[in-house]
Ligand binder design. Structure first.
Ligand SMILES: Cc1ncc(COP(=O)(O)O)c(C=O)c1O
Length: 434
């Protein structure tokens, strides 16, 4: 093992395997990464669902550079700096009507835990403090902090970490084999939202604070919400006074061809978490959008008292705010928050061209998200997809796999020839792996 690789304990990585044959990248621009040796690799996953405008965009780079020189840090408690307010004003012009308040965090995981805490505290400040139960969904991914793994539903992310938060329950996931090879939203499964009624019958609505779901589930392997499902979930939440949280960490900022999944599906949650595309992945930053009603419920006590005992040293960090403003400028200049809608039909056709390839058992897509599910090798789940990942990397395309699903989420600046290269490379790798 190379000694220089020894000290770093890598996240969500098979460390020993990686260090035997490291995959290093050291430069990025536009749709591409380069290895230290100068090999060019096409980015099929926007880094990690975050570099929506492509890499090294001049307005973002310059905004970060200028901010670092002007003011490196500003204390976020009891003090503010102008860009925090400017950014919030600009962000709430993009969100669905009603989501008019912004709370800053530094990651998707922190956004999720912040949203869960807002939900619990909201009920308490309005005198319904017995609403302490949080509901997630099987196969959900909400980051890796204790709140997120408690409401999350991916077993490997949960099983090592004890009892987690008390009083959490889960509704069923939305994967339904009647929907295999559906293009866009599947027909079957709106009724899976009724599973929330089952939990209401079990626990009573008066004990439930909030339900959190990814509008499109990414990390579990790309699950698209069945037609009518999110609408039904919204209606059931309204009926029972339960808050609905959309985790838009991957769907936010144009991934589906609309600014947010909430916009795309026409369903507005009470709280919405974002990160990743907020700063184009350049500086860590997340945020929670809250409805006016939720925010105002906190603004009732004496004015000299802190209303919400929560926040991070780096909430609204100057470099992150500058990066986010540069990112919003870039999105606006190039129409990127809706560009996915223009590319979606081509992307869909090309992704579905893989349907008859060896070991492909499902293809799913929406906007600029694609999922290609492979038949697992007996007794070795995840290995087939990972071998395709390695093959594509060798051939100059970065993809991502989760379990045995290939998950694609390219930068929104993608052109037709890039789509052809990504899918052509996967096609060859699938044939070789057969
Ligand atoms: C839906 C969702 N929520 C939360 C997270 C966690 O974000 P982070 O890794 O920035 O903590 C992710 C990350 O992929 C995600 O996909």
């Amino acid at each position: 093992m190379n000694d220089q690789l020894d000290a770093y304990w890598m996240p969500f990585t098979a460390n020993r395997q990686f260090k035997q044959a490291p995959r290093l990248i050291s430069r990025a621009e536009g749709m591409h990464f380069w290895t230290p040796e100068g090999r060019k690799v096409l980015d099929g996953v926007a880094g990690l669902w975050c570099v929506n405008a492509g890499h090294a965009r001049p307005k973002i780079v310059e905004a970060i550079r200028a901010q670092a020189a002007e003011m490196d840090f500003a204390p976020p408690f009891n003090m503010g700096h102008p860009k925090q307010f400017e950014l919030a004003e600009r962000l709430v012009k993009l969100t669905p009507p009603g989501l008019s308040k912004v709370f800053y965090t530094n990651s998707g995981s922190e956004s999720v835990d912040t949203a869960l805490k807002i939900a619990l505290a909201y009920h308490r400040v309005r005198g319904e403090g017995q609403r302490t139960r949080l509901i997630g969904r099987e196969r959900g991914y909400h980051g890796v902090n204790f709140g997120g793994i408690s409401v999350g539903g991916m077993v490997a992310n949960r099983k090592m970490f004890g009892a987690m938060l008390a009083g959490v329950d889960h509704i069923r996931h939305t994967h339904d084999t009647r929907n295999l090879f559906t293009r866009g939203q599947p027909e079957h499964g709106a009724d899976l939202a009724d599973d929330l009624e089952r939990l209401v019958a079990l626990h009573d609505a008066s004990t439930i604070a909030a339900v959190i779901v990814e509008p499109v589930a990414g990390s579990t392997g790309v699950l698209i919400p069945p037609k009518g499902y999110l609408e039904r979930l919204r209606a059931i939440c309204d009926k029972h006074g339960i808050l609905l949280i959309f985790d838009e960490v991957i769907t936010g900022f144009g991934r589906l061809g609309s600014p947010f999944a909430a916009t795309h599906f026409g369903v507005t949650p009470d709280l919405m978490t974002v990160a990743k595309g907020l700063t184009n992945g350049c500086v860590p930053m997340g945020a929670v959008f809250a409805s006016q009603k939720i925010h105002d419920a906190f603004m009732t006590g004496p004015e000299h008292l802190i209303e919400f005992f929560h926040g991070y040293t780096y909430s609204g960090h100057p470099l992150a705010c500058a990066a986010a403003l540069g990112t919003l400028d870039t999105y606006a200049d190039e129409g990127l928050l809706t560009r996915g809608a223009k590319m979606a039909a081509t992307f869909e056709n090309v992704v579905h061209s893989l349907r008859d390839h060896p070991n492909v058992i499902d293809v799913r897509n929406i906007g600029l998200v694609g999922g290609i599910e492979l038949k697992p090798i007996d007794g070795q789940p995840g290995k087939r997809a990972f071998s395709v990942f390695l093959d594509c990397w060798e051939k100059g395309v970065l993809i991502r796999t989760t379990g045995d699903t290939i998950a694609l989420s390219p930068p929104l600046i993608i052109e037709n020839q890039h789509i052809d290269q990504i899918i052509g490379t996967i096609s060859d790798a699938l044939k070789r792996a057969a």
